[in-house]
Structure formats: structure tokens, C-alpha cells
Design a protein. Sequence first.
Length: 110
Amino acid sequence: MVQSKFFALGRLAAGAGLCLASAAAWPHFPVGHCKALDEITVQCKGGFSDGSNAPGLTLDVISYDEKILLSNKLDKNSTVTFKRPPGQFYILFDAGAGHVVEIDHTEIDS
């Protein structure tokens, strides 16, 4: 009886430890926001859902026919500034392995 209570407490402690470890490793997803600085200039800022910046994250500007119009990396402030291309396009932040954010040209804040 004492041995089974000890075993049950051990399993409970192990389970609690796993829960804490998985909470610490909970993934943060990428986030992005773009705004028009003027009629021809767009600035995008990327980061992660925990509020951290993402310098070096890839940002692509892609036309609707899937041509890459611009490919760049976020700077030390996690921003990229570029000239707005003509026509329809979207912006793709790529944090790897299915962690992407797409922003359509119609969603750029004025």
C-alpha cells in the first residue's frame, strides 16, 4: 500500500514536470503588420506572438501570379521598407516549417 502511494506520487510529479516543460517550450507564432508610409512606400514589421522581434526573418513580396517581386530580410528593428509594386501582390513573412504570415496588398494600413 505504501509502495503504491509512493508510485502514484512519483507519476504525479513526473506529469507535473512534463506539463511545466511543455509550457516553457510552447511555440510562438509569427506575426506581421504593414503600413503605407506614403503613396509609394510600405513598411512592414515582423515578430513573434510573445512580443519578441525577428531580425533576419525572410519577407517576400509576391505577385498574384506567384512571381517574387522582392525578397529581403527584416533588419535589426524587425522592419523592411520598400516601394509599393504596381498591381496586386501579397507579403509573405516566412519563419520556416509552416510558420508563415501572409498580408494581402488590400490589408496594408494607410
